[in-house]
Write a protein that binds this ligand. Structure first.
Ligand SMILES: *Cc1c(COP(=O)(O)O)cnc(C)c1O
Length: 220
């Protein structure tokens, strides 16, 4: 057995069944994705729209494509026909654009609001109050073609597991509180190769794993 196959089967054995695994295939060639596909895996994540569009065209049509990266509004139209879930919505403006493009494609697109939990400046995302504002806004209530189904967060890139734990715990706390008012919030996307175990301990039900499946990337 070659390593992608082994890695993905091992990971699926390890994580509880209710957790969705997004195989993050950014920068990886189609043959690597097909190897994972052959194990029965169908959910893949990309962080660049053009790359995802190309792969969607070239690969089997029953793949569920997740956009996990920062989204530029002017590119939403390219993925609107097929994207399964957009993880990193971080403004009402972006949500409006997704709604508009989804409507043009006569579909509804599921989204997560990205909440900033890391201390680094470089991480995109909303503070929790701004995320709430979007959820309660009249503008969102009037959108027929997008559905916010949860939250996404990325922890600080650090060796300090306590800090990562605290950041995930913070998001879980707010997720649970928001869920009481908005039962449609069902998905908490937290955890990558280096920290998915901590994320799962803190209530994540969707993990985004790249290098632990496909190996290290040469570029980001
Ligand atoms: C690249 C990426 C991942 C996966 O990272 P790994 O460390 O390779 O598992 C997860 N989430 C986002 C948003 C990413 O950009």
């Amino acid at each position: 057995m070659s390593s992608i196959t082994e890695n993905i089967l091992q990971l699926k054995k390890e994580i509880p069944e209710h957790i969705s695994l997004i195989a993050v295939s950014k920068t990886k060639p189609n043959e690597d994705i097909l190897e994972a596909y052959q194990t029965g895996h169908r959910i893949f994540g990309e962080n660049k729209i053009q790359e995802m569009v190309d792969k969607h065209e070239q690969l089997p049509k029953d793949i569920e494509w997740h956009m996990i990266g920062h989204v530029q509004r002017n590119k939403v139209k390219y993925m609107a026909p097929f994207v399964h879930l957009i993880h990193a919505v971080d403004s009402l403006k972006l949500l409006k654009e997704v709604n508009k493009r989804a409507a043009q494609n006569k579909r509804s697109i599921n989204c997560l609001l990205q909440v900033k939990i890391a201390e680094e400046d470089s991480k995109f995302g909303l503070d929790i109050d701004s995320a709430k504002e979007i959820l309660i806004s009249k503008a969102y209530a009037e959108m027929d073609n997008v559905k916010i189904i949860g939250l996404m967060g990325m922890a600080t890139f650090t060796e300090d597991e306590n800090q990562i734990e605290q950041e995930f715990a913070y998001l879980q706390k707010h997720f649970k509180a928001l869920q009481k008012e908005y039962p449609q919030l069902q998905t908490l996307s937290m955890g990558m190769s280096g920290d998915y175990q901590i994320a799962i301990r803190n209530g994540s039900n969707m993990i985004r794993v790249g290098s632990s499946i496909f190996g290290e990337r040469n570029y980001h």
